[in-house]
Design a binder for this molecule. Sequence first.
Ligand code: HEM
Length: 227
Amino acid sequence: MTSSSIGLKILMAVTGILFVLFVLAHMYGNLKVLAGEEAFNTYAHHLRTFGEPMLPYEGLLWGLRIVLILALIGHAYSAFTLWSRAQGARSQKYAVKKAIGSTLASRTMRWGGVALLLFLIFHLIHFTIVKPSVNSNYPADQIAGNPFLMVVGSFELWWMVLLYALAMVALGMHLYHGVWSASQTLGWTSSAKSRGVAKTTAHVVAAVVVVGFLIPPFAILFGIVKG
Ligand code: HEM
């Protein structure tokens, strides 16, 4: 199934929906920064001990990580395969490349997707693998075991907020067009009414994700949330 273009599109749509669910849950979790140090650190701790002793320590987290890694492989594989097929299908370049009726969001899907992949690599190094000590206002020994201080220390730096803000705008555009495309692939846009619902859902998901993710960094930058 995955060798046919429609199979690849379905794979991209389904893995994309998984990402939307993850991103919404992650955004909700991050908003707990607003509830203060204890609430956020308790939440971060619960993520790791959830389901114990049935599950091992970090069992839920590892389950989620495996699902996300598989989804990322499927999403990127189908995107790159469809991309190279679209290029290979035409030996001569178009005289006018810009498709009529295309939006900025749709034209930036491919390179926007690559930019998001680079952001994700940076983000995992930043918060999960290395944990900030250079990119933070607080020394490494204070940050160790204190996720709240780790996040606050990073977003007290204006350039870090700027970097995340740019990434979230890219994410918003990708999500807007992605939700719309997935709706088309899955056959949810056959009537004028369902097209309207899909467009509105795409707008709402993109807006909620961008605003929801950016509230904590800006609240920290403006001193509303302090370390
Ligand atoms: C302003 C935006 C964001 C902030 C402030 C943020 C914050 C964080 C923090 C603090 C962690 C570490 C959690 C912990 O170890 O307890 C984390 C992990 C993670 N974030 Fe984000 N995040 C943001 C956006 C995103 C986006 C857009 C994605 C995906 C496209 C993402 C994907 C991940 C992943 C996959 C992890 C690793 C989870 C794990 O395996 O431990 N994040 N994020």
